[in-house]
Design a protein around this ligand. Structure first.
Ligand SMILES: Cc1cc2nc3c(=O)[nH]c(=O)nc-3n(C[C@H](O)[C@H](O)[C@H](O)COP(=O)(O)O)c2cc1C
Length: 345
């Protein structure tokens, strides 16, 4: 399964390996992409990944986690994104772009914003509370950034609704004490995310997939519960999402669950009954064997691989060797990188 093709809308992947979004803190201070980032993503495409997902890309300058994040809040950012897209495409992989706003987790001279003036953790800055009009403007920022991503040629877009960033802060009661239509009931707390999904869906061509990364549970009182996540999955499908990727936690600094190979895969189970959408899993999926098992028996269609691909851009080639599979490589000659007991010629 790991090396079988997969189609989502108009996007055809050569295998089920997705490079999980990982922020590298390498952009220019105005959000522009650097040469190093183009090479970073190109290297994973050369290594045989089917879908290269970018790191968080900010929809607003104040939505950056740091001053070294990539931005897409203006048309001027499009050519840089296009360079990543072209590099990945030149290596026969597809590219997705992760849209995000850091919310109260932004560490910027201009401070941070959030649904409510509650800091992320002890020692974190107290965010300014967004007005209702600010929230509506941010929905438009997401939509406009997605439209720019489309113009830059990305194959799909992912909304980051997890890990304690802005959308997650709206979803979790502990970070959202609002009294307007964006706070209170789960329906209200989900409104920001669902409005973003609807707006982006309308801004993208029909066949261009929209993925959502969200928390299957936060494992903490006042966080997103498994029941919330199941209901969210249903609403996300109705709002026009095409694919759900399930992660967990980080609405606060501490993660209270155990961490072991594939530890987040179980969170897919509670959601499955509520949606017909395909799903993906992430989290310590570092071996080909585990990836294969999850694809066959874990109810998922794509595996998201993070740190294993940071350690080794050629992870897919090694996985294929472990499984005795011939991977489809952009440079087929890489397959001749055999070991010392075979002759290299
Ligand atoms: C250095 C680093 C940066 C990360 N940046 C992002 C990010 O930009 N967006 C995101 O959704 N997750 C981010 N993550 C989380 C990963 O995408 C992934 O969910 C997590 O590392 C678990 O997968 P793994 O065990 O395969 O690494 C980051 C993780 C690491 C290690």
């Amino acid at each position: 399964m790991l090396f079988s093709p997969y189609t989502l809308g108009d996007m055809e992947l050569k295998n089920r390996i997705v490079m999980s979004p990982m922020l590298m803190y390498q952009a220019e201070s105005d959000g522009h992409v650097t040469e190093r980032q183009v090479l970073h993503y190109g290297a994973r495409a050369l290594g045989g990944v089917g879908l290269v997902m970018t790191e968080v890309i900010a929809v607003h300058p104040q939505g950056r986690i740091s001053e070294s994040d990539i931005g897409l809040w203006s048309d001027e950012h499009i050519p840089g994104i296009r360079r990543i897209v072209d590099a990945v495409h030149a290596c026969e992989a597809k590219v997705g772009l992760q849209l995000a706003h850091a919310g109260r987790k932004a560490v910027l001279p201009e401070g941070c914003v959030a649904p409510s003036a509650i800091p992320h953790s002890e020692g974190s800055a107290t965010p300014s509370e967004l007005t209702t009009e600010d929230v509506r403007a941010l929905v438009r920022d997401y939509r406009d950034a997605a439209a720019r991503a489309d113009r830059a040629g990305v194959d799909c877009v992912q909304i980051h609704a997890a890990h304690g960033y802005l959308i997650h802060e709206f979803l979790a009661p502990m970070s959202n004490r609002r009294t307007d239509e964006y706070g209170g009931t789960l329906e209200n707390r989900a409104r920001f995310l669902l409005e973003i999904v609807r707006e982006i869906r309308a801004a993208l061509p029909t066949g261009k997939p929209l993925l959502v990364r969200f928390s299957g549970t936060d494992l903490i009182d006042g966080g997103v519960t498994a029941e919330d996540a199941a209901q969210l999955a249903k609403w996300l499908e109705q709002a026009g999402a095409d694919f759900l990727e399930i992660t967990s936690g980080n609405i606060t600094k501490e993660y209270s669950g155990d961490v072991y190979p594939g530890y987040q895969a179980k969170f897919v189970d509670g959601i499955r009954s509520q949606t017909t959408l395909p799903m993906g899993s992430v989290g310590s999926i570092h071996s080909a064997d585990l990836a294969e098992y999850l694809l066959r028996d874990g109810g998922i269609d794509l595996v998201f691989i993070g740190r294993a691909l940071l350690r080794d851009p050629f992870w897919p080639i090694h996985a294929a060797a472990d499984m005795g599979v011939e991977p489809q490589l952009p440079i087929p000659t890489y397959a001749r990188a055999t070991g010392p007991y075979q002759r290299g010629f």
